[in-house]
Design a protein around this ligand. Structure first.
Ligand SMILES: [Zn+2]
Ligand SMILES: [Zn+2]
Length: 355
């Protein structure tokens, strides 16, 4: 499925990065769900900006469309098709949605040179309970990732080894080669394959990591799941992916959230729906009934003359909205149960009622 991200942001294909950013800011303000905007529209805008706001992803999108794979560029084979709707990375627009913090990855944009040896991004799916999604939770996750080697502190050198200048690049950290192109010979610089850009080599390699500076390790991470998150949404943890080689920044960790459905509650966005049955006496004369909500049991007033399929709204008893003080509502649909097989006596009484 090809989405027109330019259309989503209302800009044309030749728009500058600044124009795209300005368009996103304006639309995000307009459609922010906490300000009464449409959540679907907001997601669409966010998704479009995720791609168009980043010059590199934008170029890929222009070339391959919205189903593009980020394989080569990101190194981790990140699949953009599985990465829609729930990501709250607003780049450097943190001021707009203040308070979301590091959890959603408000890292400043990375320099071009660092990008090359930066650690890979990782993806993990975790399953949480319905109530954990509603009220937030702290989860501990265990997973395998590359971390800086504890023995050499990431340097790749055996402690005590002599430091020498890398002979391959003469300490420059990069090597140049000449490539023939249709525009003539071009000088191309790349990171030195021997020292990974460090410009140094060591008389003895670290025995623990074979000189790589990084090692596969079981990571244990405490993750704060924000209240209001839903299935299909993604939490981005900046710098919690694979370690970068020789001091390069680590990649990011993307946590895909799955929520176990509840037996009692049906969730639609930030609203919760349940059904209750009342008898005809309650429907005609009115009553107070107990309703199970995420906050526990609450009393619901059934007014006299309630019709079947009436929906009552318990304001602010739904799911807390992400990064907001507001909550959705709890909606109770009431069904009136019509009795069958009445006794002769009851039938007579019903007959007597003037309807
Ligand atoms: Zn080591
Ligand atoms: Zn070198």
């Amino acid at each position: 499925m090809n989405k027109d991200y330019y259309k989503s942001l209302g800009v044309n294909k030749t728009a500058s990065q600044d124009e795209i950013k300005a368009a996103f800011r304006k639309l995000a303000h307009e459609h922010h769900p906490d300000k009464g905007g449409n959540a679907e529209k907001f997601k669409e805008i966010n998704e479009a900006y995720q791609v168009l706001g980043n010059a590199e992803k934008r170029q890929q999108y222009d070339q391959f469309g919205s189903g593009f794979q980020n394989g080569q560029a990101g190194g981790a084979g990140f699949n953009w098709q599985n990465y829609q709707g729930g990501n709250y990375d607003f780049g450097d627009l943190g001021d707009l949605f203040g308070g979301m913090g590091d959890m959603f990855g408000f890292s400043s944009s990375r320099g071009r040179n660092q990008r090359r040896s930066r650690g890979d991004d990782m993806e993990i799916a975790i399953t949480i309970d319905f109530m954990e999604a509603v009220f937030g939770a702290e989860k501990e996750i265990n997973f395998q990732r590359l971390e800086n080697c504890s023995h050499c502190k990431g340097s790749g050198a055996e402690p005590g080894a002599k430091v020498e200048t890398c002979k391959t690049c003469n300490g420059q950290g990069k090597v140049a080669s000449v490539q023939r192109t249709i525009l003539g010979n071009m000088r191309v610089e790349s990171v030195c394959p021997h020292c990974q850009g460090e410009g140094k080599s060591y008389s003895e390699k670290c025995h623990n990591c074979q000189g790589r500076g990084v090692k596969q390790t079981t990571a244990k991470l405490k993750v704060k799941i924000p209240a209001g998150i839903d299935s299909g949404e993604t939490i981005r943890l900046s710098g919690q992916g694979e370690a970068g080689v020789k001091g390069a920044p680590a990649g990011d960790l993307f946590l895909h959230i799955r929520v176990t459905p509840s037996k009692k509650f049906f969730r639609a966005g930030y609203d919760i729906h349940t059904k209750e049955t009342i008898n005809i006496k309650q429907a005609i004369l009115g009553d107070k009934i107990e309703v199970d909500t995420v906050d526990g049991e609450l009393k619901l007033k059934i007014p006299a003359g309630t019709q079947s399929q009436t929906v009552f709204r318990l304001k602010d008893k739904g799911v807390p909205k992400l990064n907001s003080r507001y909550r959705g509502d709890h909606l109770v649909e009431v069904t009136v149960k019509i009795p069958k097989d009445l006794s002769r006596k009851d039938e007579k009484l019903i007959e007597e009622i003037k309807l």
